[in-house]
Design a protein around this ligand. Structure first.
Ligand code: HEC
Length: 157
């Protein structure tokens, strides 16, 4: 036990010492990484449902339901802290760190509506996914469209 604690502490100290050299700091790093990680997680879950819809993976009602629930929970998250004003790709030093367009924060932005459309589509998916392959297929189009609709306006290619 003592050994374990010691080696963990050691590793922590080493990591801490190495961090300034290895990590590249930029404005809103934590927030940008959090939202990109969030979307990677969403994409991963979406991919499982997509594979079932395309017949590339056997339909499994329990798994489909669990995955759809993940997406619904993701859609219901309050992620506002991940989107601070000034963390767009046009901000100084962020052009290669984020693909979030400045339009997200400008007057007339429909980012809230786009997110809401995504959240609603995840709810429909959660209601459908466990009810058979046809029901899953019916829900996946609108869900995919909700991603694309937001990316078209607010994410750079
Ligand atoms: C309300 C707007 C919105 C919705 C809805 C949305 N996205 Fe995104 N997505 C973005 C924005 C903006 C970025 C760029 C984030 C950044 O680079 O800071 C992004 C980035 C991503 C990324 C890249 C993450 C990375 O590692 O840089 C993936 C993958 C992704 N989205 C997948 C999806 C999928 C799949 C869906 C739907 C199931 C979806 N998104 C729905 C706005 C949205």
């Amino acid at each position: 036990m003592k050994m374990f604690v010691k080696s963990v502490l050691c590793a922590t100290v080493l990591t801490a010492a190495a961090a300034p050299v290895m990590a590249e700091d930029f404005a809103f790093k934590d927030q940008i990484e959090a939202r990109q990680g969030y979307f990677q997680m969403v994409k991963f879950n979406m991919g499982v449902l997509g594979a079932m819809a395309k017949g590339k993976r056997d339909y499994d009602a329990d798994l489909a339901q669990a995955i759809a629930n993940n997406l619904k929970n993701a859609g219901a998250m309050n992620n506002s802290l991940m989107w601070p004003k000034g963390s767009d790709m046009d901000a100084e030093g962020l052009s290669d760190k984020t693909k979030a367009k400045a339009a997200i924060w400008q007057d007339g932005s429909e980012i809230g509506e786009k997110h809401q459309a995504f959240a609603s589509a995840t709810e429909t998916m959660a209601a459908n996914a466990g009810q058979g392959l046809d029901a899953l297929r019916e829900a996946i189009g609108p869900l995919g469209k909700s991603c694309k609709s937001c990316h078209t306006d607010y994410r750079a290619k």
